[in-house]
Design a protein around this ligand. Structure first.
Ligand code: CUO
Length: 686
C-alpha cells in the first residue's frame, strides 16, 4: 500500500511523458481506468512494477473545470511574471485545492497530467502540497531531477541518449553527465566569469521555491510577504556584488534607462522543461522594445515602465501612496500596528494586483520588467521565439540582466529606506550584555575560511525518460569547508537574558581597495545567521555551526531521499528540509580570492523580548532558511525590520561620537566587528 509521499512523489517524475509510463526505475505504475496503455509502455521490457497506483475515472476532471489552465501550450515556457500565466496557475491551483487528501489529489492530478503545460502542472501540485494542512508530511523533490534540462545543456542530454542507444541492453551501470565550470560562455566576456554563480543549481532552485511560497496574485497574503520580497532579493544582489568584488568586477549597475541597448547578451543553451524546445537567446546590445505578444495577451510600453517608476519615486519622496479612492496611505516603517511602509511599497512594486494599494496607478514595474527583458529578442513574436530564461522563476538568475533589473528594484527600496529615521541609540543598544570576543574557527585555525569546488549527483532519468535507463548528472559547484562561529559574551545582569544573535558579513575593501564607509558598505552586509540564546549570568561561550545558518537549506531532496523516507524512517535531513526553501548551503560563502580576501564579521545582540513574535503553538515550522523563507503557517519570527540594523542610514551620533564606518557601531557593547580572510583554493574540496 502506497503512503502519501509515494502517491504524490511520482506525479513529479517524467513530467513530459504519459502518466502511465512506469516511474521509480520501473517499480511504480499509475494505472488509469478505461485508458489504453500507451504503446511505448506496452513494449517496454524488464519492467515489473511493485507499487500500483490505480486511478479511477473522475467525472469532476473535465477540461471546462480547468478554466484557463489549458491555455498554455504543452512544451512551451510557463512564466509567473505574465498575467495570463498567473491566471492559468490560479485556475489550476484552485482546482487542485478542492481535493481532500493525498489519494484524491493523486487521482485528480494524474487525470489532469498531460492536459496542461508541464511546468504549470509541477508548479500547481507543488503549490497545493505546500498549502494543504493534511499534506504536511509530503516533501517536494528537487527541481534538478524534475527538469534536468533547466540545468544542463541539451547537447549533454542528447549525448547521454546516444550513449544509451548504443549501449549493451544488459548494462546496468548509469551513464554519467558531467556539467560545470565551463558553463554557458567563455571568459572573453567578463560577465561569464560569474557563470558558476549565476548558473548554480542551488540558487536557481531556491528562487523557484521562494516564489512558490510567496506568489503575487494568488489570492492570499502571507505575513510580511512584500517586505520579504524586498529583503530576499536585496540579499541576493548583495551576495552577487560581493562575488563580483572577489573577481575584481565592479558592482552591478541598475537598469536605469530602457531606451538604450542592454550591453550583455545571454545564450542559455538549455531547453524548456524537458520538451526539447529552446529558450530564447538575447544578442549583445539588444534594445528593449514595447512588448506586443498578442498570443499571450501581453502589451507593455517602455513609457509605462518609466511612468510607474516615476510614480513610485514620487510616493517614496512624498512619504505616502494614493489608494484607489484617492486617499493617502502613509509610508513609514516605524509603525506600531498595520503594515510597514516597505510592505505597502513592495506590493505595489512587485506588483501583486490584489494587494497593491492602487494597481492601475502604480502599475506592475517588476513583473513587466521581467517580461520586457524575457522577450527583448522577439517582442512582437515575429520570429515565434520562446521567452528567455529571465522570464522563468527557476532559471532567471542565470541571465546577467536579472541583476540589472533587480538592482533597479532594490534601488527604489533603498531610496525609500533612506527616508526612514535612522535607528536611535536606544534601539541599537542592549545594556547589560557585552561581546568580549567573536570570530570563526575551522578545524584548528581561526579566522581563515576556505572555498573551492565540489560536485553533487542527481538522477537525470527521473525527469527525462532515457529508455528506462539510469542517467546521473554530476554538477560542479562552489563550496566551502564548514566552520563555527565562536562568541564570548558577558551577561552583567543578575539573571538569565534571552538575546537574538545577528551575524552579518561584508568585504572590508571596495573595488578601489579602500576601506568602506558605512553607507557604501551598508547594502553589502549579508546575513549569515540569526538565532536565539539564553545567556546565563556571567561568562557565556556560544558556538554555532555554519550548517545551522538561518538563511540556508541543508540539501536538495532527491527522489531517492524521499523514497527512503517512509513513515518511521524519516531521516534527519528529510525532517529538517520541511519546506525545501532556503539559500543553498554550498553558496553560503563567497569564493574569496586565491591570495585571501579581507572580510568583516559583524555581530549584534538584541533583546529577544522585543524581537519575538507570538506564534500559535503546534505550527508547521520551516526551521531551515527561515530568514529568507519565513515559517509555514506562522508569522515571520523577528519583529524588527528585515535587514536590521543595516536597512537604514546610520545613527548620526553614538555615545556622543559621529558614525562614519560600521566599526563605530561596535562602540556599543552588544555589537562587535572582526576581520577574517576567505581563501579560494581553486581545487576540489574533500
Ligand atoms: Cu524573484 Cu524578479 O522576483 O525574480
Amino acid at each position: 500500500m502506497a503512503n502519501d509521499q509515494q502517491r504524490l512523489l511520482y506525479l513529479f517524475e517524467l513530467p513530459q511523458e504519459d502518466i502511465q509510463v512506469p516511474r521509480g526505475g520501473g517499480s511504480v505504475l499509475f494505472k488509469l481506468e478505461n485508458e489504453e496503455t500507451p504503446p511505448s509502455v506496452a513494449t517496454r521490457v524488464g519492467v515489473s512494477p511493485s507499487v500500483s497506483l490505480p486511478v479511477p475515472e473522475r467525472d469532476d476532471v473535465a477540461l471546462q473545470a480547468l478554466g484557463t489552465a489549458t491555455s498554455i501550450p504543452k512544451g512551451s515556457a510557463f512564466s509567473f511574471f505574465l498575467a495570463s500565466h498567473r491566471k492559468a496557475a490560479k485556475d489550476l491551483c484552485d482546482f487542485f485545492m478542492k481535493t481532500s487528501g493525498a489519494e484524491d489529489l493523486m487521482q485528480v492530478a494524474a487525470r489532469v497530467h498531460g492536459k496542461v503545460n508541464e511546468t504549470l502542472f509541477v508548479y500547481a501540485i507543488s503549490f497545493v502540497i505546500l498549502r494543504k494542512k493534511e499534506l504536511r508530511s509530503v516533501r517536494l523533490p528537487t527541481m534538478v531531477e524534475v527538469f534536468p534540462s533547466r540545468f544542463v545543456p541539451q547537447e549533454a542530454l542528447a549525448k547521454a541518449q546516444l550513449q544509451i542507444n548504443r549501449m549493451d541492453p544488459n548494462q546496468t551501470e548509469p551513464v554519467i553527465i558531467e556539467h560545470g565550470l565551463e558553463f554557458s560562455g567563455t571568459h572573453l566576456k567578463p560577465e561569464h566569469r560569474l557563470s558558476y554563480w549565476r548558473e548554480d543549481y542551488g540558487i536557481n532552485v531556491h528562487h523557484w521555491h521562494w516564489h512558490l511560497i510567496y506568489p503575487p496574485g494568488m489570492g492570499f497574503d502571507r505575513d510580511r510577504k512584500g517586505e520579504l520580497f524586498y529583503y530576499m532579493h536585496q540579499q541576493v544582489i548583495a551576495r552577487y556584488d560581493i562575488e563580483r568584488l572577489c573577481l575584481g568586477l565592479p558592482r552591478v549597475e541598475k537598469l536605469d534607462n530602457w531606451r538604450i541597448p542592454i550591453k550583455d547578451g545571454y545564450f542559455p543553451k538549455l531547453t524548456i522543461s524537458n520538451s526539447g524546445r529552446q529558450w530564447g537567446s538575447r544578442q549583445d546590445n539588444t534594445l528593449p522594445k514595447d512588448l506586443r505578444r498578442r498570443e499571450l495577451g501581453e502589451f507593455v510600453d517602455i513609457t509605462d515602465m518609466e511612468i510607474w517608476r516615476s510614480r513610485l519615486l514620487d510616493a517614496i519622496h512624498q512619504g505616502f501612496m494614493i489608494d484607489c479612492n484617492g486617499d493617502k496611505v502613509p509610508l513609514r516603517d516605524d509603525v506600531t500596528s498595520g503594515k510597514r511602509g516597505i510592505e505597502i511599497l513592495s506590493e505595489a512594486l512587485e506588483a501583486d494586483a490584489e494587494l497593491s494599494v492602487n494597481f492601475p496607478y502604480y502599475g506592475d514595474l517588476h513583473n513587466r520588467g521581467h517580461d520586457i527583458l524575457a522577450f527583448s529578442h522577439d517582442p512582437d513574436n515575429a520570429h515565434k521565439e520562446e521567452m528567455g530564461v529571465v522570464g522563468d522563476l527557476g532559471t532567471s538568475l542565470r541571465d546577467p540582466v536579472f541583476f540589472l533589473l533587480h538592482k533597479l528594484v532594490d534601488d527604489l527600496f533603498q531610496e525609500y529606506k533612506v527616508t526612514q529615521p535612522p535607528y536611535t541609540e536606544a534601539e541599537l543598544f542592549l545594556p547589560g550584555v557585552r561581546i568580549e570576543r567573536a570570530g570563526v574557527v575551522r578545524g584548528n585555525e581561526a579566522d581563515v575560511l576556505l572555498t573551492g569546488w565540489n560536485t553533487r549527483e542527481f538522477e537525470a532519468s527521473r525527469g527525462i525518460d532515457f529508455n528506462g535507463k539510469p542517467v546521473i548528472l554530476r554538477l560542479t559547484h562552489l563550496d566551502h569547508k564548514p566552520f563555527e562561529y565562536h562568541v564570548q559574551i558577558n551577561n552583567d545582569l543578575r539573571e538569565p537574558k534571552e538575546v537574538t544573535v545577528r551575524i552579518f558579513w561584508a568585504p572590508k575593501f571596495n573595488g578601489q581597495e579602500e576601506e568602506m564607509g558605512f553607507m557604501e558598505q551598508r547594502i553589502l552586509w549579508s546575513e549569515m545567521d540569526k538565532f536565539t540564546v539564553n545567556l546565563k549570568p556571567g561568562k557565556n561561550h556560544v558556538v554555532r555551526s555554519s550548517k545551522e545558518s538561518s538563511i540556508t537549506n541543508l540539501e536538495e531532496l532527491t527522489f531517492k531521499d524521499l523514497e527512503n523516507s517512509g513513515p518511521g524512517n524519516t531521516s534527519e535531513q528529510v525532517a529538517f528540509n520541511f519546506c525545501g526553501c532556503g539559500w543553498p548551503q554550498h553558496m553560503l560563502l563567497p569564493r574569496g580570492r586565491p591570495e585571501g580576501m579581507a572580510f568583516q564579521l559583524f555581530f549584534m545582540l538584541t533583546d529577544y523580548a522585543q524581537d519575538k513574535v507570538s506564534n500559535p503553538g503546534g505550527v508547521r515550522r520551516c526551521a531551515n532558511g527561515v530568514s529568507f523563507c519565513g515559517m509555514q503557517d506562522a508569522k515571520y519570527p523577528d519583529a524588527r525590520p528585515m535587514g536590521f540594523p543595516f536597512d537604514r542610514s546610520p545613527a548620526p551620533l553614538l555615545q556622543g561620537l559621529p558614525v562614519n564606518t560600521t566599526s563605530d557601531y561596535a562602540r556599543l557593547g552588544n555589537a562587535f566587528i572582526h576581520d577574517i580572510t576567505i581563501r579560494f583554493l581553486g581545487e576540489k574540496l574533500n
